[in-house]
Write a protein that binds this ligand. Structure first.
Ligand code: HAM
Length: 500
């Protein structure tokens, strides 16, 4: 997996202009010009931070054709330093950040394994058609979309669920349900940046396909809670708010609002808290919802408990039965302290049809840590038969903010088993032999040369090396190397072929 953003800054690809001679060149000069051009082209392609200040005495015969700026008076070619920052909202991952990312992904993978999910993967570049939806979702307005060189409309995916649905359809009847899949991948959204929200982020997704019962939701919430527990986060730090879109569906039915407005209404209602109540009401009415129904929706969404909801909607509403089931299963799983009913959770994606959930820090400082729900009808929007489906997406950015906030970031130093150092330049071959033998045994070995011994000791501390193996002349003559165990400071000589 690349540690660099997929989208590179265009400035990285700026090439300095080569000057064109108008006067015929002598064969000698021509040859020198060609040699220089080849060399400079090589420089530009191999270095991303090239700044040429090399003397250009060999092209002093160059004259500029009309339309080209004159060459610098000194005869030197200048190149502005490129912008060394990645595109706004994207990240580089230098080694320490990469260690943290790998550690987090390892936790995601471990929880997925514990829940018995299989890993899948999809291209970051997808067909735009997969993400064209009419419900007015923010995500569809934030697409990184463009035409490729073959004239196809493509996007850098903003989420993974449509790709997963595509693969489920592609695999068709060849797979036996239920599927329990997880994936970790980069997503792109041209988003307004706030704390923990970026233009690219990695998402851990877990999805269950083919499970119509609330068991699927209960398993997925179990995975999220397990992850939090592994990270040292408690239920007093984070809560998972749960509701069901069937609540809204029931309200719309009460007011005889056509079914076709359901997804759009959900997307608008999700904006409560982001824009004013009046603006939400206005949007609902311009979507075709009567003012009475708007009042009803707003009222229901402010209900604070499942009992109150039941009193308004009646006990035989599916939403109530589903939510009760989830809360009852939560007791058995032992995570009920993590989840609360919150009628205002609707989620901003059009395809959810049933239970929806989002995890938030209880202090309310950050955006949603993760979110998901049931989407039983997404497949039919792609022309296939529907299969019940449920899942969540868990980003890498908000959780890291929370871990920082709580002082729970792990101390992830570099870890090297052995440092091999020849005490004499002539022993580089022997040091290579030692390093190679240890690497064959699976040790991580840093072979260090051209440094002073003092530097090597400091370096060993910096990279948390376990041992320092010094290859010296007199020891080598006797078939030995000197070993220093860094944790105990113990030092001894050992036979080369007994080094383990
Ligand atoms: P979502 O709520 O749009 O859902 O995103 C899921 C999570 O991804 C968010 O809770 C957040 O952690 C992270 N996330 C989203 N956008 C950004 C951003 N711009 N910067 C940083 N993190 C972000 C979905 O994407 C659904 N497809 C999830 C799902 C899977 N539903 C069912 N299966």
């Amino acid at each position: 997996m690349s540690a660099f953003p997929v989208l590179h800054h265009h400035l990285l690809f700026l090439r300095p202009r080569l000057h064109v001679s108008l006067r015929p060149l002598s064969p000698r000069l021509l040859r020198r010009r060609l040699l220089f051009s080849a060399a400079s082209a090589q420089c530009f392609s191999s270095s991303s931070s090239f700044s040429s200040t090399a003397p250009r005495d060999d092209i002093d015969e160059v004259a500029e054709p009309p339309g080209f700026p004159p060459p610098p008076e000194s005869g030197r070619e200048t190149q502005q330093l490129i912008d060394v920052n990645p595109p706004r909202g994207t990240r580089d991952f230098p080694p320490e950040d990469m260690r943290l990312r790998n550690w987090l992904f390892q936790q995601f993978r471990e929880v997925s394994r514990i829940l018995s999910f299989e890993e899948v993967d999809f291209p970051v570049l997808e067909s735009e058609a997969l993400f064209i939806r009419k419900a007015g979702e923010e995500i569809t307005q934030q697409l990184y979309n463009f035409e490729d060189k073959g004239g196809r409309r493509v996007v850098l995916r903003p989420e993974i669920t449509p790709s997963l649905a595509r693969l489920v359809i592609k695999q068709g009847k060849s797979v036996s349900l239920p599927l329990k899949w997880f994936t970790i991948g980069q997503c792109w959204r041209y988003e307004r940046m706030t704390r923990g929200r970026r233009r690219e982020h990695y998402q851990w997704n877990m999805d269950m396909i083919g499970v119509p019962r609330v068991r699927a939701e209960a398993e997925l919430v179990n995975a999220i809670v397990l992850l939090f527990e592994r990270l040292g986060i408690t239920s007093s730090d984070v809560g998972i708010r749960v509701s069901s879109r069937k609540v809204l569906q029931a309200v719309l039915q009460m007011y005889a609002i056509p079914e076709c407005l359901f997804a759009e209404v959900c997307v608008i209602v999700d904006k409560l808290g982001k824009i004013t109540k009046e603006e939400v009401e206005k949007e609902l009415m311009s979507a075709g919802v009567t003012s009475e129904a708007v009042k009803g929706i707003v009222e229901v969404l402010s209900l604070a408990s499942l009992d109150k909801l039941e009193a308004v909607l009646g006990a035989d509403v599916e939403a109530i039965a589903d939510l009760k089931k989830l809360f009852s299963l939560a007791e058995h799983y032992g995570y009920s302290q993590w989840i609360t009913f919150d009628a205002s959770v609707v989620r901003g994606l059009a395809y959810y049809t049933g239970i929806v959930f989002e995890a938030f820090d209880r202090e309310g400082k950050l955006r949603a840590i993760c979110g998901g729900g049931r989407y039983d009808q997404l497949l039919s929007t792609f022309g296939s038969d529907d299969i019940p489906a449920c899942g969540f997406g868990f980003g890498d950015a908000v959780i890291v903010e929370l871990l920082k906030e709580k002082g729970l970031l792990p101390d992830l130093g570099r870890q090297v088993d052995d440092i091999v150092f020849p005490l004499d330049e002539e022993l580089e071959g022997q040091a290579s032999m030692v390093a190679s033998a240890l690497r064959r045994k699976g040790h991580s070995v840093d072979l260090v040369e051209d440094k002073r011994l003092k530097w090597v000791f400091k370096h060993a501390e910096r990279v948390n090396a376990s041992r320092l193996i010094l290859v010296g002349n007199s020891e080598w003559q006797r078939g030995m190397v000197r070993v220093k165990v860094l944790s105990t400071r113990e030092e001894y000589e050992t036979k080369i072929d007994e080094l383990s």
